[in-house]
Design a protein around this ligand. Structure first.
Ligand code: SAM
Length: 390
């Protein structure tokens, strides 16, 4: 990690330190990926244009096809938004969730791993595929336990094999896109933060650590962090409380990870609900209280991947305020990610996020915690900023 004190545009930097994280396990090459992604996006319409010219030779039809296919992901979004508004549906993805030829619809037959990411975008299932596709953390995504799960076709003819291989390569390309690389680096950073926090507590003579995960999803970071700490020889008791509304995948997967990493499920408590920054009954402290916990008794309180969907600064500040206690607080926000943010939204149907530059994220965090020491760790491609507040 390289340290720097400067945050562009910031006047008072007294309580903030910014640290760049380097991750040798990811390939980087942001520019290369951005260029290839753009070529793919424009490439399919070009192929259609050429086929149309070759078959019919009528320029205006070929051009129409070109522009329609270029605009197709957008048109889908406009249509879904329109219908969602008319029917009062909150999430336009519930209106139209179709595969994208540029992404998971590849080769018409489709790419199973990418389909999981798109279908469950912003939820734990998509992160499970992104985190574990390369077995970087020693496990594979659920239901992708062997090579063939990446293949859309059964059969062993040369054509089948060629298509399957192409789909697998295609999937691996997208799962290595810069934002996915930084998502894995973010997981690694947070797992290490947990491990180090546990070691620090142990060295201070404490023998139990209490952790609260808000929007914890499948809890992979905390599970990995505790495992690493135990493997380094500490004998520490741990209690983890997770506030997580996704009962379709996240909680079951968390329980599976707890088993796979050899931890004790009895030390984990799952509170299956949403937090809110507006409804008093749904605020973090209140939810904990009504489940028999006291926010003040936690040593670490974490919230990763939720403020990305909070569009106003006030709402993020309210979220951070609701986590306030003497605990170490860990929170992250996505930062600008041009040109990928466009593809993420139109091709992968990922819900729109609020991209906050480092200076804005730092300003919000400092506004809420003016008297605390703040470290912001930036992921290698600068796509996420992780604040550690002590
Ligand atoms: C992008 S995932 C992040 C999961 C996990 N923190 C991680 O980093 O692997 C966002 C999570 O927030 C959860 N979530 C969404 N709205 C929430 C809310 N209002 N309260 C609590 N969790 C929420 C989702 O179910 C999902 O698991």
């Amino acid at each position: 990690m390289g340290k720097k004190q400067l945050i562009p545009g910031e006047k008072d930097q007294s309580n903030i330190e910014v640290v760049d994280y380097k991750d040798p396990k990811e390939s980087g090459q942001r520019m290369k990926y951005s260029i290839i992604e753009t070529v793919i996006y424009v490439g399919w319409p070009m192929i259609l244009f050429c086929i149309s010219q070759f078959c019919f030779g009528i320029l205006w039809i070929s051009l129409l096809l070109f522009f329609l296919s270029l605009a197709w992901p957008y048109l889908k979004g406009v249509y879904a938004n329109f219908i969602a508004k008319r029917k009062g549906i909150d999430d336009p993805r519930e209106v139209l969730r179709s595969s994208s030829f540029f992404y998971d619809g590849f080769c018409v037959v489709g790419a199973p791993a990418l389909r999981e990411i798109r279908k469950h975008s912003a939820l734990s299932r998509s992160l499970d595929v992104i985190y574990n596709n390369y077995k970087r953390f020693g496990i594979l995504p659920k239901k992708f336990q062997d090579d063939s799960s990446y293949y859309p076709l059964m059969g062993s003819s040369i054509l089948h094999s060629a298509i399957n291989l192409a789909v697998k390569k295609w999937s691996f390309f997208w799962i290595n896109m810069p934002v996915a690389q930084d998502v894995r680096s973010r997981l690694e950073i947070i797992a290490e933060l947990y491990k180090n926090e546990i070691l620090k507590h142990y060295q201070n003579g404490e023998r139990q650590i209490n952790i609260c995960e808000i929007a914890g999803g499948q809890l992979q970071a905390v599970v990995m962090g505790i495992r690493r700490a135990l493997d380094s020889g500490v004998e520490m008791d741990y209690r983890v409380v997770s506030i997580e509304p996704d009962n379709n995948f996240a909680i079951d997967r968390a329980k599976e990870l707890i088993r796979v990493f050899g931890l004790n499920e009895g030390n984990f408590c799952f509170i299956n609900t949403c937090i809110s920054t507006q409804n008093k009954e749904k605020m973090v402290a209140k939810i904990l209280e009504s489940n028999g916990y006291n926010l003040g008794n936690f040593h670490v309180v974490t919230c990763i991947g939720l403020s990305d969907y909070y569009y106003t600064k006030e709402r993020v500040a309210a979220l951070l305020n609701s986590m306030k206690s003497d605990a170490v607080i860990i929170a992250a926000n996505i930062s600008d990610n041009f040109v990928e943010r466009f593809f993420l939204h139109v091709l992968i149907q990922w819900p729109k996020m609020k991209y906050r530059p480092l200076s804005e994220w730092a300003e919000i965090v400092r506004h809420v915690f003016p008297d605390r020491s703040i470290k912001i760790i930036t992921t290698p491609l600068k796509i996420f900023n992780i604040a550690v507040i002590r």
